[in-house]
Design a protein around this ligand. Sequence first.
Ligand code: PRT
Ligand code: ZN
Length: 212
Amino acid sequence: MANRIRIAIQKSGRLNEDSLNLLAHCGISVKPRKNQLFCHSDNFPLDLLLVRDDDIPNLVTEGFCDFGIVGTNLCQEKALKIEIVHYLGFASCRLAIAVPKNFPYKNMKNLESCRIATSYPHLLADFIKKNNVAIKIVPLTGSVEIAPRLGIADGICDLVSTGATLEANNLREVEMVFASQAVLIKSPKQLPEEKQRTAEIFQNNVEDKYIC
Ligand code: PRT
Ligand code: ZN
C-alpha cells in the first residue's frame, strides 16, 4: 500500500470524462460507480478521488492528493504553489470581459468606473492592474451572466467557450483576460521513496501515452 499514489479529478462536469479518458489511455483501469467518491485501480497502484474541481488545487497543494487534473483558471485564481506537470489540451476556454450589446465599447478606458461581476476576482484584479483602469470588481460565485440584467454590474468577466451563453444573455465579449486549459498538477510535498517511483512511472506514462 505504501507505494500507491492518489489523484483528484472532477466528480462530474466538463473535466470528468476527459480525465477518466486520460487514465484509460495510460492503461490504468479505474471504474468509479455512480456517486462513488473514492476508488482503487486494480492494475496500477493508483487511487482516485472524485471531488468538485474547486477543491482540487488545495487538495494537491496540501499533499492530501499527489496529483490532480484541473483547469489553469482555478490554479491561477487560487494563486497557490502548484507544479504543472503537463498541459492536457482539453477543457479549453477563456476568461473574458463581456458587456451588454448596447454598451458603447471601443477600448478598456470605456470600462473606467464600471462594475464587473466575476467568480475570478484575483485574475480580473491582475488584468485591471496591468491595464491601469479603475474597475470595481463585484465578486459572485455563479450565474454571473445575469448580473448586468439585474443591475448588479455593468459587465461581467467569466469563462467562455462557444460564446452561446453570452449570446443568450445579450452580452458581447470585449477583452480576453486569461486563456485556460486542463492541466495535470503535482503536489509540492516530498514523497516517500516507493511512492515517488510510482509517481515517476505515472508521469512517464502520461507523457508517452497521452501527450501528443
Ligand atoms: O461541480 P464543480 O464545481 O466540479 O463543477 P463546475 O460547475 O465548477 O465546473 P464545470 O464542469 O462547469 O467546469 C469545469 C472546468 O471546465 C472549468 O473550471 C474550466 O476549466 C473548464 N471550462 C471549459 C469551462 C468552460 N469551458 C465553460 N464554458 N467552465 C465553465 N464554462 C461555463 C462558463 O462559466 C459559462 O457559464 O460555460 C458557460 C459558457 O460556455 P459557452 O460555451 O456558452 O461559451
Ligand atoms: Zn467548480
